[in-house]
Design a protein around this ligand. Structure first.
Ligand SMILES: Nc1ncnc2c1ncn2[C@@H]1O[C@H](COP(=O)(O)OP(=O)(O)O)[C@@H](O)[C@H]1O
Ligand SMILES: [Mg+2]
Length: 480
C-alpha cells in the first residue's frame, strides 16, 4: 500500500483508477500552501490546545469541528509509517498531502486559511515537540529538563543552562508530554501521573504531573548518546587508556562488574562502553526498566520490565525477568540497574556459573554500593543472615567501578575497587585506581589526576588464566 494511502487509511486504489483517475497517484503533489509565515513560529500559531472557549467552556461550532477533524485525522494517520521517514521535507509533504485529501473528502465548510491551519497543526502534532523541538534536534544537548511551562533547562557538555523558550501554558506542555509518551505506548494522566519511557532514538523520558508535581508537569529527557565510544571516554578524560585496557581484559575474562554512581553520573554510558568488549559469539540478555543500552553485538536478547496497568495488574518486575533469563541459556546477563530484589537473583546467578555479568547501582561510594546491595537482598524477602548475605556478595562480585559527575560537568571513573573476600563479617575490598582531586581552577575546572594505588589486583591471575591480554605495563616487574 502506498504510504499516502496508509496515512489516510484509504484502501489501495486499483491500477485503472490511477490511469484515468484524478491524478492523485501519479506522483504529482497538490500545490502546497500554508506553513508558518516568515517570522512566525509554529509555536506562536494558534493551536487546538488554545482554541477559544466561551464562558461555559464549550467551543463554538467551527472550533468544535476543527477539533473533531483534527482528532479523527490523528487517529487515522499511521504514525509508525511516518516515523520511518527520515527526510523531513518528505515527511512534511506526505503529511500535507494526506491531510489535504482527508479534508477534501470531508466536504466541511472550511476556508483555505483554516485548512492550512489544520495542516500545520497536524504536521506539528506528528513531528513537533513545541518549544523543545529545536532543542531535541540539537545533538550537542544531552538533557532537556522542563519544569512546568515556563522553565526549560538544557545540559550541554555537562553544563546546565536555562533557555529562553517557554510553553504557552501547562496544558500545552501536557499535550507535548502526552504526544511523546503515547507514541511509545505509555500514557500519563491523573490515574498514572508518572511515566518512564524510552524514545525510538534511545533517549529516556520521564514525566511526572500534578498532583504529584506541585508546580505543573515536569518533563525530563535524558539523551542517551550512542556516540560515546570507548575511545571518546578516554579522550574526554573519563578514564585513562590503561584503565580502559584493563577493563577490556576484565570483561573478556568474565569478571562480574558493578558500576556505581549517582543519577546522570554516566553509569549506563560506561556499562554500554564496557559491553562492547563482550565477545561477539556470546549470547547476551539485557534486562532494563526502560531499554537504553545499545549493544553492538548481533546476538542480543532485550527484555524490558512492565509497569502495572491502570487496574494495577500485569506488572513484570526485573526479578521475574532475571529468573526467566536464566532459563534462556544466556552467556551474559546485563541488568540496566539493580534497584530491588533482582539483586539477589543476579548475585545467585553470578555465583552459579553465569559470570561476566554487568550491572549498575545508584550509590555514592563503593562501600555505599555494597550496603545498598544488602538492602536490596532484604527486599527480596530472603531470610539470609548478614554473614551469608555478604558471602554471596563478596564471592559473586569482582569489581566496583565508581563513576561521578564532577562539579565542572565532566564524568570520571573516581574509583576502581576490587572485592577481595571476607574478614569476619566484613567484606574486604582494595582500591586499585582512583581519581585524586587537587582542587578547582579559577574558571571552575576540577583539577586532578588518575592514580594507580600500587596495589596488585587479585584478578590479575584470573585474567592470565582466561588468556586475556594484559596491558604491557602490567606485565613488567614492579608495575604495581
Ligand atoms: N563519560 C562521559 N562523558 C561525557 N558525557 C557522559 C559520560 N557518561 C555519561 N555522559 C552523559 O551524561 C548523561 C547521563 O548518562 P547516563 O549514562 O545515562 O547516566 P546514569 O546511567 O548514571 O544515570 C548522558 O547525557 C550521557 O551522554
Ligand atoms: Mg542509567
Amino acid at each position: 500500500m502506498a504510504l499516502n494511502d496508509r496515512l489516510t487509511g484509504r484502501k489501495p486504489p486499483v491500477p485503472t483508477d490511477a490511469a484515468n483517475g484524478d491524478g492523485r497517484n501519479n506522483g504529482v503533489r497538490p500545490p502546497v500552501r500554508g506553513g508558518p509565515l516568515p517570522g512566525q513560529s509554529l509555536d506562536a500559531a494558534p493551536s487546538m490546545y488554545s482554541v477559544k472557549r466561551d464562558d461555559e467552556g464549550t467551543l463554538n461550532p467551527l472550533d468544535q469541528l476543527k477539533v473533531d477533524l483534527h482528532r479523527r485525522l490523528i487517529s487515522r494517520l499511521d504514525l509508525d509509517a511516518l516515523e520511518r521517514i527520515k527526510s523531513e521535507a518528505e515527511l512534511t509533504s506526505q503529511i500535507r498531502q494526506a491531510v489535504l485529501e482527508f479534508i477534501r473528502e470531508e466536504a466541511t465548510p472550511l476556508s483555505q486559511r483554516e485548512r492550512d491551519e489544520i495542516v500545520e497543526q497536524v504536521i506539528y502534532e506528528v513531528t513537533g515537540l513545541g518549544p523543545i523541538e529545536p532543542l531535541f534536534r540539537d545533538r550537542t544537548i544531552s538533557d532537556i529538563l522542563v519544569n512546568g511551562a515556563r522553565q526549560i533547562y538544557v545540559e550541554r557538555r555537562g553544563r546546565l543552562t536555562r533557555v529562553n523558550a517557554t510553553f504557552r501554558n501547562d496544558a500545552h506542555l501536557l499535550a507535548v508530554i502526552d504526544r511523546i509518551v503515547s507514541r511509545v505506548g505509555r500514557r500519563v494522566d491523573e490515574a498514572s501521573p508518572m511515566v518512564d519511557a524510552r524514545l525510538p532514538d534511545g533517549s529516556r523520558v520521564n514525566a511526572i504531573i500534578p498532583p504529584l508535581a506541585l508546580d505543573g508537569p515536569i518533563l525530563s529527557i535524558r539523551r542517551f548518546s550512542t556516540d560515546l565510544a570507548t575511545s571518546q571516554l578516554v579522550q574526554n578524560g573519563t578514564l585513562t587508556a590503561q584503565m580502559l585496557s584493563i577493563f577490556e581484559s576484565c570483561v573478556k575474562a568474565r569478571l562480574n562488574i558493578l558500576i556505581s554512581g549517582g543519577t546522570g553520573a554516566g553509569k549506563t554510558t560506561f556499562m554500554n562502553a564496557l559491553s562492547s568488549f563482550v565477545p561477539a559469539h556470546e549470547r547476551i540478555i539485557t534486562i532494563e526498566d526502560a531499554a537504553e543500552l545499545q549493544l553492538q553485538q548481533e546476538h542480543v536478547v532485550r527484555l524490558e520490565t512492565r509497569p502495572p496497568n491502570a487496574e494495577g495488574r500485569g506488572e513484570v518486575v526485573a526479578r521475574d525477568l532475571v529468573k526467566n533469563a536464566l532459563r534462556m541459556r544466556p552467556d551474559r546477563i546485563i541488568i540496566g540497574e539493580v534497584r530491588s530484589g533482582e539483586a539477589l537473583d543476579m548475585l545467585q546467578a553470578m555465583n552459579t556459573g553465569h559470570e561476566g555479568s554487568l550491572t549498575t547501582i545508584h550509590a555514592n561510594t563503593p562501600r555505599d554500593a555494597l550496603s545498598r546491595l544488602e538492602t536490596m537482598i532484604l527486599m527480596a524477602n530472603s531470610n539470609l543472615p548478614n554473614r551469608a548475605m555478604r558471602d554471596q556478595i563478596s564471592s559473586a562480585l569482582h569489581l566496583i567501578v565508581q563513576v561521578a559527575r564532577l562539579s565542572d560537568g565532566t564524568r570520571r571513573v573516581t574509583s576502581v575497587t576490587e572485592l577481595t573476600g571476607m574478614e569476619g563479617d566484613v567484606i574486604t575490598t582494595q582500591e586499585i585506581y582512583r581519581f585524586a582531586r587537587r582542587g578547582i581552577s579559577p574558571d571552575g575546572v576540577v583539577l586532578g589526576q588518575f592514580e594507580s594505588t600500587g596495589i596488585r589486583p587479585k584478578f590479575l591471575e584470573r585474567l592470565a588464566v582466561a588468556g586475556a591480554a594484559l596491558p604491557a605495563e602490567m606485565m613488567g616487574a614492579g608495575a604495581w
